[in-house]
Design a protein around this ligand. Structure first.
Ligand code: ADP
Ligand code: MG
Length: 244
């Protein structure tokens, strides 16, 4: 068996006295799409943020691509470059054009020259179907288009893994589909993805595995058919029934 692309072992995270993650074990293999579902406050965002060390775990290990990010001697900036993250809020720079939003991090972080950064920006805008918006400012775009720019910006960094934290939760319903279509395309291309989402149709159709979290633990981890279609735990059934 190959090493998992993401490996989380006995992960704990506390904020003061509040233990938010209480021993998470999780594997994501290369090319796998894992959807993380669960009630608000169950620790989903904290888990994703620990996977790229935006939050420092209190205990346990996180490995990405075989590198232990929780090793105090690791070059965390180098390790983090393998991981793209997309948030509910798109966090684009409002004073920069779409292209500039994509080229700035490539130039700052990866030290790419202007021409390569522009070429890679154009390729990735094309991928998300927004080539014609290259010179627009974020305010001129719909929320769905802004989120696709944010995805293109992450892709332009050449990540091995993509983390999505409720990427469609801030969008008007009619704009959700275009963003999910881009994520589906990435999944089809073989990107390794962890996706926190309430979009159960997406989870059923695209995820290889679904993880249900509650109270800082993984309650269920299995195929979409198992976890969404035939949940083994009352807590999962209760959560799913409230989504319908
Ligand atoms: P979810 O994404 O599943 O809604 P979160 O991971 O955002 O859950 O939050 C889980 C718990 O951790 C919540 O009780 C929240 O208040 C707490 N929490 C998250 N981030 C912080 C933080 N930076 N400081 C203090 N508490 C936090
Ligand atoms: Mg969250």
């Amino acid at each position: 068996m190959s090493t998992p692309e993401i490996l989380v072992r006995d992960l704990h995270k506390s904020f003061g006295a509040n233990e938010v993650l209480r021993g998470i074990d999780l594997e994501v293999r290369r090319g796998e799409v894992v959807c993380v579902i669960g009630p608000s406050g169950s620790g989903k965002s904290t888990l994703l943020r620990c996977v790229n060390l935006l939050e420092e775990p209190s205990r346990g290990q996180v490995l990405v691509g075989g590198t232990e990010l929780t090793d105090p001697d690791v070059d965390i900036d180098a390790a983090r470059r393998r991981i793209g993250m997309v948030f509910q809020q798109f966090n684009l720079f409002p004073h920069l054009t779409v292209t500039e939003n994509l080229t700035l991090p490539q130039r700052r972080v990866l030290k790419r020259d202007r021409a390569s950064a522009a070429r890679i920006a154009a390729e990735n805008l094309q991928r998300v179907g927004l080539a014609e918006k290259a010179d627009a400012y974020p305010a001129a775009l719909s929320g769905g288009q802004q989120q696709r720019v944010a995805i293109a910006r992450a892709l332009a960094m050449g990540p091995e893994v993509m983390l999505f934290d409720e990427p469609t939760s801030a969008l008007d319903p009619e704009l959700v589909g275009d963003v999910l279509a881009v994520m589906r395309m990435l999944a089809d291309e073989g990107m390794t993805m962890m996706v926190v989402t309430h979009e159960m149709t997406f989870a059923r159709e695209v995820a290889d595995r679904v993880v249900f979290m509650d109270g800082g633990v993984v309650v269920e981890d299995g195929t979409p058919e198992q976890v969404i279609g035939d949940p083994g735990h009352e807590r999962t059934r209760h959560f799913l029934s409230r989504l319908l």
